[in-house]
Design a protein around this ligand. Structure first.
Ligand code: KG4
Ligand code: ZN
Length: 377
């Protein structure tokens, strides 16, 4: 058995996990920084790095404690090397490197997006091992990784050359904002709170998703490339200078007086027009994600689709994928494994270790790190 300690710090979650043989989560600890960033309506990179510095040691300790292992009993260390915020990445990466050196354990660097893809495979293996009557998540697959930092489509196949590794081909990506970023910016514009995705998701249940037709918003780029900035600007134009903007300013002032309003409280401070607007926005984003993903799967002639990343928590997205799934097997991780975590990093790292991959002392972080490209190591 190989126990891998995973470390993830690419954005605003400090995470550590212990995973056995890439298929059994012994612990997965995530320290969220939402409370630090919420008053700014987005992640403040400098604050994120400082929070990682504060959290990294207790989070790794807690992951070992929950897994009932000492650091000495861990067989290897897998750490996110990119993409992400450079200052944030460096905290986890340097910590992981120092542990590997001090303990004389093998180390591998993992691409964060590869981690999100492995979250699907990892959880599917665990659920099936626990006897849940689920189909097997199989490769080749088309994967949509959709979060606050990324919106990308990959074709994932078992590697032809060095089994059991994987080959990734990027089929499409966002030309501008990531989908989660668009959710966060619309929520910020309307003073609905941070992060925007979960609150828009919940409010939208009370709205009419056809109230505003965003169907005319042109998505630029190739058929596979996403673009959400036009949609975000269309929302801005609908709000600017109108009663919706005045209502948002009142809400902003009110939100400063209550720390964490309940959904009912927030709804009480939103007009039906605002709720209809966010429901229509969500509908447009989801429609675009679903259509491009199925089109990519059809083109690639694969019937397995994986959807991962923070936006994969979205209830309408899950519903629409389920409705369209005829002829396909669609897999989503549970919400805890959809958002950033270190179990997915440990699982992806396990297969690299099996294939003999090792990072040296010169391993470094990359803010931009396309999946499939060779590491500089
Ligand atoms: O994967 P993640 O934790 O971090 C990144 O790698 O970005 O994703 C966070 C993003 C945020 O933009 C958040 O608004 C979005 O995921 N998100 C959602 C939902 N839950 C989280 N977006 C839409 N609907 C949700 N339910
Ligand atoms: Zn992520």
């Amino acid at each position: 058995m190989m126990l891998v300690l995973g470390i993830e710090s690419s954005c605003d979650e400090t995470a550590a996990a212990v995973v056995a043989d890439g298929e059994s989560i012994r612990s997965s600890v995530v320290a969220s920084q939402i409370l630090t960033h919420e008053k700014y309506g987005g992640v403040v990179p400098e604050l994120a790095s400082r929070e990682h510095l504060r959290s990294i040691e207790p989070v790794v300790d807690e992951a070992c404690r929950q897994a009932e292992v000492t650091l000495d009993q861990v067989d290897a260390i897998a750490v996110t090397e990119g993409p992400g915020l450079i200052g944030s990445l460096l905290v986890g990466l340097v910590y992981g490197k120092a542990l590997a050196l001090a303990l004389n354990k093998p180390l591998v660097g993992v691409n964060h997006l590869e981690g999100h893809i492995h979250a699907v495979l990892l959880e599917n293996k665990m659920d099936r091992a626990a006897g849940k009557p689920l189909a097997e998540a199989r490769l080749p697959a088309v994967t949509l990784v959709v979060s606050g930092g990324h919106t990308s489509l990959f074709h994932v196949t078992p590697s032809a050359t060095s089994s059991p590794r994987f080959d990734y081909t990027q089929l499409g990506r966002t030309r501008d904002d990531a989908a989660g970023e668009a959710f966060d910016k619309v929520a910020k514009l309307l003073a609905l709170g941070y992060p925007g995705g979960p609150v828009i998701d919940k409010l939208s249940h009370f709205g009419d998703s056809h109230a505003v037709d965003f169907g005319h918003i042109k998505m630029r780029g190739t058929p596979r490339d996403f673009s959400f900035s036009g949609l975000k600007t269309a929302v801005l134009y609908r709000v600017r200078g109108t009663d919706l903007a005045r209502e948002a300013e009142k809400r902003r002032a009110w939100r400063k007086t209550v720390e964490h309003p309940s959904l009912d409280d927030l709804r009480g401070h939103c007009s039906q027009e605002t709720i209809d607007l966010v429901a229509s926005f969500q509908h447009a984003v989801v429609q675009d994600l679903v259509e491009r993903t199925f089109a990519a799967a059809e083109d690639a002639r694969v019937d397995n689709i994986f959807v991962s990343g923070g936006v994969a928590c979205n209830s309408l997205l899950r519903q629409r994928f389920a409705e369209r799934s005829r002829g396909f097997q669609v897999f989503f991780p549970s919400p805890a494994l959809s958002t950033d975590n270190a179990a997915m990093i440990a699982a992806a790292g396990y297969y690299k270790l099996l294939a003999g991959e090792r990072a040296g002392i010169s391993l470094t972080a990359h803010a931009s790190f396309p999946l499939g490209a060779k590491s500089q190591e």
